[in-house]
Write a protein that binds this ligand. Structure first.
Ligand code: GNR
Ligand code: NI
Length: 170
């Protein structure tokens, strides 16, 4: 397994639309292992493949609390099949927009289907943090960041801060 560098905004690769995975094989499982290790190291609760520069429709996640055993979860080619009319706000952050946090409103509950680590189909209703995080990660597959849900003014302020921080870091 390997920790890979995480792309940060405004890297143009974060705007790519990721391609469906043709099959879940050992090579893809190696990618998912690297993604999980990279996510734990960051640390974060979710990671989309494009965040390490791989434009494939793959997401890893672990929503276990600090005192709980790890709960790695893998989502290949995820699709949302139902969204609740009710919305919920959650203060979101993103490893590709470090140290910035803002409330984002999304459907409170969704039904989604995907392939798991073994390529088996799963369909599940999601709520709470899982619904928020899965929608955040699925946005990455479409080249969308959580700041794209904010006003242009807020987004531009955050992007200017990001560019300045990158310049400082050299
Ligand atoms: O680590 C993360 N935390 C988080 C908090 C609230 C809503 C979404 C997230 S996902 C984020 C990791 C990340 O950037 N995934 O793409
Ligand atoms: Ni993110």
């Amino acid at each position: 397994m390997a920790i890979r560098p995480i792309l940060t905004a405004p890297d143009p690769r974060l705007k790519l639309i990721s391609k469906p995975v043709a099959r879940v094989d050992d090579e893809l499982r190696r990618l998912m292992d690297d993604m999980l290790e990279t996510m734990y190291d960051a640390p974060g609760i979710g990671l989309a493949a494009i965040q390490i520069g791989v434009p494939q429709r793959v997401i890893v996640m672990d929503l276990a609390k600090k005192d709980e055993p790890p709960q790695p979860a893998y989502f290949v080619n995820p699709e949302i099949t139902w969204r609740s009319e009710e919305f919920a706000a959650y203060e979101e952050g993103c490893l590709s927009v470090p140290e910035m946090y803002e409330d984002v409103e999304r459907p409170a509950r969704i039904r989604a289907r995907w392939l798991d680590y073994d390529g088996q189909p799963v369909e599940q209703e999601c709520d709470g943090l899982l619904a928020t995080c899965l929608q955040h990660e699925m946005d990455h597959l479409e080249g969308v960041l959580f700041i794209d849900h904010l006003s242009k003014l807020k987004r531009d302020i955050i992007l200017r801060k990001m560019v300045k921080a990158k310049k400082r870091a050299g």
